[in-house]
Design a protein around this ligand. Structure first.
Ligand SMILES: Cc1cc2nc3c(=O)[nH]c(=O)nc-3n(C[C@H](O)[C@H](O)[C@H](O)COP(=O)(O)OP(=O)(O)OC[C@H]3O[C@@H](n4cnc5c(N)ncnc54)[C@H](O)[C@@H]3O)c2cc1C
Length: 569
């Protein structure tokens, strides 16, 4: 890392160290000095939590065409066929790369073991027991730590993009690094910050999934796409006091049944494929079932019965699920698991092309933060880790403009005439400002869950937008917000957190709350904009797909929402 009075400088900055950020860093040409930021430790991410596996058309009875067709079908008319073809065709190369690095996928004899997941027509999901994500990211992290061109900055929080004065090129990010609020300059910035599940009260995502990359890109003026599409996973553990631990789809692929209190497989009432129907169908089936059969649907659950699976298969394939359920008092060999749907995967994100480039010069996005077009309105299970790899690998083609360092100098000079930051007023009453942050943080996710969860309708969406706007105004009036949101103008030299009078964790709490408010606003507004139902977006007031008006993407830039019709994929 080279540093100057105004910033640290890298050739490429990768923000996020899940599967997307780690693999991107490894694929970038090794001549580049790469800065890799993560807001926790290197091994803490949604990727690390992934259970089921990675899809790739590598079995003898499978083909890229079949995998492409399954992906397009799940995407409900909104996939980008070129992006899907790229992902599927490059899947075997990425898997071979992981194998050569030492990722230990399960095998049957010498062959890679493949399981079946919902809406796949073949067994094509590679796995490492039920901790596939851990098996992948631990190897990727080891490789990253061995690379002398990659500088890891753990416990570092990116607050915003740093742009040219004209706002037309990304020059780096503003971040809290090692207790210093500073600008990090780079020839290219890659956002790999994962999803935004924490905006919902019920989610399978880890605490770090606060939509930071999407919010930063939006504030910077990049184009976002299809933010209303959220996949709700049907089977999250639902026990008072327990986190919404995900009970993988692979469990149903291996033969587990979803049953009601009377042991009836009720999902067949809603879809002929029963438990193996697409996720949105199964989630809605549970939601509808609870609405009509449970006295308190919001807190109800149905049951996932693993007993139809041979006990030795359960033990071999799902040791982590067995262990976590046992911790919460459930013996999966003897009794069914209480489950209900929870927000799981965000199909929408920052619009990118086949090279992972966003609409803004110098800015790229990879992984759940991006919208590459491979998921359309609904993700096919186990395609997301694959997307992280394939679209991360596209960064191997990255070429930086020759004069990129020259772009930084005028930007710094232009800001040198900015008034001094007055720190004292902003921080003096941190306690009361913190109460405001906490109040928003507690009340926002239940509001978004109620208005933009599995079932949406106009009145609730509009009420939620008004409330979120009120909170956004309140938030931006905080003295701390006045200071921190104007930081890029004032950071010729780093400011230490001591001088700010703030702990780095307080800066993160402020930044995450701002991002959650922004993504809540964007997601709920996009859900109100799309007056039809499709994939991961269900409107009870428009319960059917409307191909004539809505076989279209929702695009958002600043305060402008518009639709872009898609050719039939
Ligand atoms: C429980 C669970 C099970 C899943 N199972 C599967 C599965 O079996 N197969 C599959 O394909 N998909 C699965 N998924 C989905 C998949 O895991 C994710 O879509 C994927 O891992 C996202 O990877 P990512 O690299 O984009 O983001 P993440 O893995 O979430 O990583 C995000 C990174 O960004 C960093 N970051 C975020 N904001 C900032 C900031 N402001 N500053 C600095 N750093 C920041 C974080 O610290 C972290 O390092 C699962 C998801 C969950 C939650």
């Amino acid at each position: 890392m080279s540093s100057s009075s105004h910033s640290y400088q890298f050739d490429v900055l990768v923000v996020g160290a899940g599967a997307a950020g780690l693999y991107t860093s490894l694929c970038l040409p090794s001549r580049f000095r790469v800065g890799l930021l993560t807001k926790d430790e290197l091994l803490t991410s949604a990727s690390e939590w992934a259970q089921g596996g990675i899809a790739a058309p590598m079995a003898a009875d499978d083909s890229p065409e079949l995998h492409i067709e399954d992906t397009l079908r799940a995407g409900a008319g909104l996939c980008d066929r070129q992006a899907v073809a790229l992902m599927v065709q490059q899947a075997p190369d990425c898997i071979r790369d992981l194998l050569s690095m030492g990722v230990l996928f399960d095998r049957h004899g010498a062959d890679l073991a493949m399981t079946l997941e919902a809406a796949h027509s073949r067994r094509r999901v590679l796995h490492a027991a039920d901790t596939t994500g851990r098996a992948v990211v631990s190897v990727l992290a080891e490789q990253v730590l061995q690379r002398s061109n990659i500088h890891v900055m753990s416990r570092s929080f990116a607050l915003d993009l740093w742009l040219t004065a004209a706002g037309d090129r990304c020059l780096g990010v503003v971040a809290m690094i090692e207790g210093q609020l500073c600008r990090l300059a780079a020839g290219a910035v890659v956002l790999a910050t994962g999803g935004g599940g924490q905006v919902f009260a019920q989610t399978t995502n880890p605490a770090l999934s606060t939509g930071d990359g999407v919010a930063m890109a939006w504030r910077g003026g990049a184009v976002l796409r299809d933010l209303e599409f959220v996949q709700f996973h049907p089977t999250a553990l639902t026990k008072p006091g327990a986190p919404r631990f995900l009970v993988s789809e692979a469990v149903r692929g291996e033969g587990a049944h979803l049953i009601d209190d009377h042991g009836r497989r009720f999902v067949f009432d809603y879809h002929p494929q029963g438990e193996l129907a697409p996720r949105d169908v199964v989630s809605r089936a549970i939601f509808s079932y609870l609405q009509s059969h449970h006295p308190d649907p919001a807190h109800g659950h149905v049951w996932l019965d693993l007993r139809p699976i041979a006990p030795e298969t359960i033990q071999r394939r799902f040791p982590n699920i067995v262990q976590v359920c046992r911790r919460w008092g459930i013996d999966v060999f003897q009794a069914p698991v209480p489950v209900a749907p929870a927000a799981h995967y965000w199909m929408g994100g920052v619009l990118t092309d086949l090279r992972s480039q966003t609409s803004m010069a110098g800015l790229y996005a990879v992984g759940e933060t991006s919208s590459t077009g491979v998921h359309g309105a609904n993700r096919l299970a186990s395609n997301s880790l694959l997307e992280c790899l394939v679209f991360g690998a596209q960064l191997k083609h990255l070429a930086l403009p020759e004069n990129w360092t020259a772009a930084i100098a005028p930007s710094v000079r232009a800001s040198e005439s900015s008034p001094d930051v007055s720190l004292s007023g902003a921080i003096a009453d941190w306690e009361s400002q913190y109460v405001t942050l906490q109040t928003i943080r507690q009340n926002l996710p239940p509001l978004v869950w109620q208005a933009a969860g599995i079932c949406r309708e106009k009145q609730l969406l509009e009420g939620a937008i008004a409330q979120i706007q009120e909170w956004r105004l309140k938030f931006s009036d905080l003295p701390l917000s006045q200071l921190l949101s104007r930081c890029p103008l004032h950071l010729e030299t780093p400011i230490s957190s001591d001088k700010l009078g703030l702990d780095p964790s307080q800066v993160r709490a402020w930044g995450e709350t701002r991002n959650l408010l922004d993504v809540a606003y964007l997601l709920v507004k996009s859900a109100a904009f799309r007056t039809e139902s499709r994939g991961g977006h269900y409107r009870s007031d428009y319960p059917h797909p409307n191909d004539r008006d809505w076989q279209a993407h929702t695009l958002v830039q600043s305060e402008r929402w518009w639709k872009l019709p898609v050719e039939s994929p």
